[in-house]
Design a protein around this ligand. Structure first.
Ligand code: C5P
Length: 220
């Protein structure tokens, strides 16, 4: 029989990009495909978890047994997470949330006029930091996509955002990370770290969820 170390555990994930509207027809976004987050959702279901997946706009089918909540902007993702987080024992922030959004959203399509144009941006809420700051916080795992000094930036985020674990990948390496089917990660926690070498996202997600489940049980 399959091992179910997450049986009865409620686990929420964010996945995919966010879209930050400029006007009714335009937005600022990024290349996140949602593949890693969806693979993690599948892996968590396989280990017995009750999974809620808060997803930005992606072209992926909802994994079997997953409750999916679709959102577009970071503000909507933040609201969806906060509305359900009280019930969760584990939270994994896999989404590539836009750090900034246009300060003003035009109600009509912006017309072409002058040769240059300035868009003012304002900071979005940090969803995973807000979750980790809750008095009744779930076991919280973040991701860090870095192009250099991976360990330094990942450990900085781990402590600054108050996370229990952080999975870091070097997005400067070809064939892994954003949009790719393969990925390699290093998982950091305050007292240790482990390398997860290049593998398909399905296999990598299984290893990652197993390590998260182990650490969760060690501390709860
Ligand atoms: O600071 P940075 O964006 O690199 O941190 C990445 C981690 O924080 C990821 O886990 C991401 O999902 C999460 N994040 C978030 N809300 C934001 C920005 C990042 O939850 N506004």
């Amino acid at each position: 029989p399959e091992a179910t170390p997450l049986a009865g555990i409620r686990l929420m994930l964010t996945a995919g990009p966010t879209r930050e509207p400029l006007d009714p027809v335009r937005f600022i976004s990024n290349h996140s495909s949602g593949k890693m987050g969806f693979a993690l959702a599948r892996a968590a279901v396989a280990l017995g978890a009750e999974v809620t997946l808060v997803s930005g706009p992606v072209s992926l089918a909802t994994p079997d047994g997953v409750q999916r909540i679709d959102v577009e902007s970071a503000a909507q993702m933040h609201a969806a997470v906060m509305a359900g987080i009280d019930r969760q024992q584990i939270f994994i922030a896999c989404a590539a949330v836009a750090d900034y959004r246009p300060k003003l959203v035009a109600s009509q399509k912006i017309k072409k006029s002058s040769d240059t144009m300035v868009i003012e941006l304002t900071k979005n809420p940090d969803i995973v930091a807000d979750v980790a700051a809750l008095p009744n916080k779930p076991f919280t795992v973040g991701f860090a996509a870095e192009t250099r000094d991976v360990e330094k930036y990942a450990r900085d985020k781990l402590s600054r955002k108050g996370l229990d674990m952080i999975a870091a990948n070097d997005v400067a390496k070809a064939g892994q990370g954003f949009n790719a089917d393969d990925n390699a990660l290093t998982l950091f926690w305050p007292e240790g770290q482990i390398e997860l070498p290049l593998a398909g996202k399905t296999e990598l997600a299984r290893s990652l969820i197993t390590l998260i489940a182990d650490k969760y049980h060690e501390t709860h």
